[in-house]
Design a protein around this ligand. Structure first.
Ligand code: GRG
Length: 313
């Protein structure tokens, strides 16, 4: 699986540099939609809380969830190029709140995120709690307003929003974070670790794809194949997160590696580095076979699956 014109990328018509360019262009469009959403929230809040929202949302993340959403939408035939970024922004708003709260002293107690001081270090814990909480309904409103402008109809728009809320909730990200907190200082079984990450990280990544597909009014079979692709890349993403935490510097990651300090069970701790990497590659193969099972041409999702495990931060 080498990048480049003579390897896998060439068969897809997309090489590594083109993927980088695609991600950069997508990030710019996502950030434009996010900036508009944050400006609206700022107008509704006291200025310090609005500034904390801006810091937490607009700092330099990869924007993977929104990009999965816009890419799935486009590759399922969606054509509303502008409105889909507004929908994608709702995913980043949920993700940003989760990072702001996750970094609080009562959770992971982190001082560095995305190469900058965390929101509570700059604005205080009380302001960060409120800023994060304000983002949750704001994200739901953002998803609803934008989904209504896409080609999925009224019931499709409701399904899109439901997908976001369920992934963010107790059966998804919040439930996974709870398992994560309970698991500190304990050795989880491989099954328990999978369950934790399927909820904490996998649910929102999967919802990103499903929301894109639903917004484009994709066939049921396509939506379910993309959900399966999402579950596989979600697991691969988390395994890679553990590998990076174990092997990379704070400078490169933009956050302090913390799994050992917080005494968390990780894929690297349970299986060792080489087996963890092998497991991530197997997940990518599963993701690709889910994509191949449906009659859509998805060159970017195909190459994004590899980016998930080959990324450097
Ligand atoms: C009160 C129990 C309870 C929960 C509140 C805080 C919270 C909800 C959930 C946190 C879940 C969480 C921290 C998930 C993040 C997982 C993860 C791998 C984050 C890093 O994602 P990247 O690499 O980050 O996409 P960037 O910075 O690029 O956006």
């Amino acid at each position: 699986w080498g990048w480049g014109r003579s390897g896998y990328g060439a068969r897809l018509g997309l090489d590594y540099l083109e993927l980088k360019e695609y991600l950069r262009a997508e990030m710019l469009s996502v950030d434009k939609a996010l900036d508009q959403a944050v400006t609206l929230i700022e107008s509704e809040l006291e200025s310090d809380i609005g500034s904390a929202v801006r810091h937490g949302v607009m700092s330099d993340g990869k924007r993977l969830r929104p990009i999965l959403c816009t890419t799935a939408y486009r590759e399922c035939g969606g054509r509303a190029e502008q409105s889909v970024y507004e929908l994608a922004a709702s995913l980043e708003m949920i993700h940003a709140y989760s990072l702001m709260h996750d970094d609080l002293p009562c959770m992971d107690d982190a001082a560095l995120r995305r190469g900058q001081a965390t929101t509570h270090v700059l604005f205080g814990e009380d302001v960060t709690m409120r800023a994060g909480a304000a983002l949750i309904p704001a994200a739901a409103r953002q998803a609803l307003h934008s989904a209504r402008k896409l080609e999925c109809g009224v019931s499709g728009a409701a399904a899109v929003v439901q997908e976001l809320l369920e992934a963010a909730g107790a059966g998804g990200m919040v439930g996974g974070q709870w398992l994560d907190l309970l698991g500190e200082g304990q050795t989880l079984s491989p099954k328990e670790l999978d369950e934790l990450h399927r909820k904490k990280t996998g649910a929102l990544l999967t919802a990103s794809l499903v929301m894109g597909a639903l917004a484009a009014a994709a066939e049921k079979q396509t939506v379910s194949a993309l959900a399966s692709y999402g579950r596989s890349i979600g697991l691969a993403f988390q395994i890679t997160d553990d590998v990076l935490d174990a092997t990379q510097s704070a400078e490169l990651l933009g956050k302090n590696p913390s799994d050992v300090d917080l005494d968390k069970s990780t894929y690297v701790g349970l299986h060792g580095l080489d087996q963890a990497k092998e497991h991530a590659r197997e997940c990518i193969a599963e993701a690709l076979s889910a994509l191949e099972s449906i009659p859509i041409d998805a060159p970017v999702l195909t190459i994004l699956a590899r980016y998930v495990v080959e990324r450097e931060r």
